[in-house]
Design a protein around this ligand. Structure first.
Ligand SMILES: Nc1ncnc2c1ncn2[C@@H]1O[C@H](COP(=O)(O)OP(=O)(O)OP(=O)(O)O)[C@@H](O)[C@H]1O
Length: 306
């Protein structure tokens, strides 16, 4: 059976009058959901509620139709969770660490040994299985975090900012590993770096200040941004003026000139050439349009740089 997760108008208030999450609703079936938002947007709050570590102030969450707030054990059995601050015991090996956590999850004997080998393989740590964890890089620890979450073959896999602190090579590795995690399960991962999930996310949820602002497929976000990305090459001396007026998503200096990618809903200059936005640019564009009213308006109207 395909898993179904339903989050119904969930709100969370930690302190009086301060909502960390406000009326968040989402229905999800098998796939990879990228929960995207800047620091403090409410991502961790939502993920902790899905991991049954935190109760919402209001709202409901169901897993295959069962209320997980009243029956957290329903989802705990099928859950894999990698918290943002995933920590390890430095003196033991990766294999011992997985054995310990596997036993906590109720796995034993041959089955546990086979699962340990399988998850080490999935995250590319087989060769390092017997090294002590204090010798692991940040990226390897992150991958081990994912490995432990996979031990019980979870139908719901929740990863809180799995790419934070990774160097560029480790980030690429993580991206390559993601597709092997999907399948007949729901994977939810939070990030503020949209390019990390560009290829793998089947759904996106854009969160800002505790509110869900947009949800849909990456293709739909890209479609929304169509026609709003331009390339233009200008003399270096003019660059600051352009940047003051427009959202420039990239600028590459080339022999005294600068090749810019500009987000604008109107052609910013007669020589500007339309280009295809990346998912990150589509997200930036969305944020611009959602920004303070006056900024959004300036963004929507043509502003010619002299
Ligand atoms: N235990 C807590 N007590 C009080 N306020 C909290 C608590 N945890 C989080 N908050 C507040 O709730 C809001 C959302 O925080 P949350 O950690 O969910 O955001 P986030 O999107 O995960 O951010 P980050 O990327 O920084 O982890 C923030 O304003 C935060 O300060």
């Amino acid at each position: 059976m395909m898993p179904t997760l339903f989050i119904g108008t969930v709100s969370k208030r930690y302190e009086r009058n301060r909502w960390a999450l406000r009326e968040f609703s989402l229905r999800m079936e098998a796939g990879v959901l990228g929960l995207v938002g800047s620091n403090g947007a409410g991502k961790t709050t939502l993920l902790k509620m899905l991991a049954t570590l935190l109760l919402p102030t209001e709202g409901s969450i169901t897993w295959n139709g069962q209320d997980i707030l009243r029956h957290p054990e329903m989802v705990r059995r099928v859950l894999g969770y990698v918290p943002q601050d995933f920590g390890v015991y430095p003196q033991i090996s990766a294999r011992m660490f997985l054995r310990y956590l596997g036993e906590l999850k109720g796995l034993r004997g041959t089955q546990l040994r086979q699962r340990i080998d399988a998850v080490l393989e999935m995250v590319g740590l087989s060769a390092d299985a017997d090294r002590r964890l204090k010798t692991f890089s940040g990226g390897m620890v992150r991958r081990l975090g994912i490995a432990q979450a996979l031990l019980n073959e979870p139908r719901l896999l929740v990863l809180d900012e799995p790419t934070v602190g990774l160097d560029p090579a480790e980030r690429v590795r993580f991206r390559e590993m993601l597709p092997s995690l999907s399948g007949e399960r729901i994977v939810i991962l939070s990030t503020h770096i949209i390019s990390d999930i560009e290829v793998t996310a089947t759904h996106l949820a854009l969160l800002s200040q505790g509110r869900l602002n947009w949800t849909g497929t990456p293709e739909a976000l890209l479609a929304d941004a169509a026609g709003a990305l331009w390339t233009l090459t200008i003399p270096q001396a003019e660059f600051e003026r352009w940047r003051a007026r427009y959202r420039v998503s990239s600028a590459i200096p080339r022999g005294g000139r600068v090749e810019m990618r500009i987000l604008a809903t109107h052609q910013p200059h007669p020589q500007a050439i339309p280009a295809h936005p990346t998912l990150e640019e589509a997200y930036l564009l969305f944020q611009e349009a959602m920004g303070p009213a006056e900024r959004a308006e300036a963004f929507a109207s043509p502003t010619q740089v002299p």
